[in-house]
Design a protein around this ligand. Sequence first.
Ligand SMILES: NC(=O)c1ccc[n+]([C@@H]2O[C@H](COP(=O)([O-])OP(=O)(O)OC[C@H]3O[C@@H](n4cnc5c(N)ncnc54)[C@H](OP(=O)(O)O)[C@@H]3O)[C@@H](O)[C@H]2O)c1
Length: 277
Amino acid sequence: MSTSVPRTALADGTEIDVLGYGVYKVPPEDTAGLCSTALAAGYRLLDTAALYGNETGVGAAARAFLEGADRQDLFITSKVWNDDHGFDATLRAFDATMDRLGLDRLDLYLIHWPCAPRDLYVESWRALDRLRAEGRVRSIGVSNFQRPHLERLVTETGVVPAINQIELHPYLQQRELRAFHALHGIATQAWSPLGRGRVLDDPVIVRISEELGCTPAQVILRWHLQHGILTIPKASSRERISSNLDVFGFTLEEAHVADLDVLDRDQRFGSHPDRVG
Ligand SMILES: NC(=O)c1ccc[n+]([C@@H]2O[C@H](COP(=O)([O-])OP(=O)(O)OC[C@H]3O[C@@H](n4cnc5c(N)ncnc54)[C@H](OP(=O)(O)O)[C@@H]3O)[C@@H](O)[C@H]2O)c1
């Protein structure tokens, strides 16, 4: 039986699933199969990137799914890689992504990292704005942007990203950036929501999962959802893919949320945006 994922509206009006399936490090040869498993389980948002080398598999699963569904039932995200910053290079990268996906429209296109030392992210942002104006992508956003990068985009282009996709889990709660997003109508989407699996054995999370009779991953994903944070967990087995989606039939109590809120320790499992250039 498949679960239906609630959607929420971005500031630009596009409806987006609050939880999707991320495919970073999913091997290209496994991607179509695992994405089809995720779609059969009820996921409708697939998060890929040029970097991941598996857009072709995502596209194959998407096209197979669309044989029996409307395009609006599916939400595909991809991202422009660091080597393709700049206006023209970003437009070319988008075309290559769409060729690999085999789709004529993307739902969300993100600048993967600001790469501040290259100083080209504003030009890439203008390219994304062009793609949206042309109707080739429904929503545009960024990833791993910090407050100064966001401020510069808005100052120089007047176009506010619909989303900033950032590393976010109980050990890295990003409170200041989330508050800035809220003030400017930017949705927060969490990557590595499970801390790449390394937050799952935290004693507080395990204790709450035992109290509620659910998995530690489900506790963490509920915590994101109850804070209004969109999320895209990755998993490699049918069982984990399904159970990570089965988070809409229970809620954490306020005390549970408070216990998770104090786990923040500014710990990253991925790169710091200042170190990716
Ligand atoms: N924008 C960016 O810069 C950026 C960076 C990183 C990731 N992302 C996106 O965010 C997505 C998720 O992040 P992530 O893949 O880094 O990490 P994650 O979703 O936090 O964690 C994935 C890890 O947790 C394990 N796992 C998943 N569900 C589990 C469960 N129910 N029980 C136990 N273990 C479980 C997975 O194992 P198995 O795979 O073995 O099942 C995998 O090792 C990515 O796939 C990608 O789409 C974006």
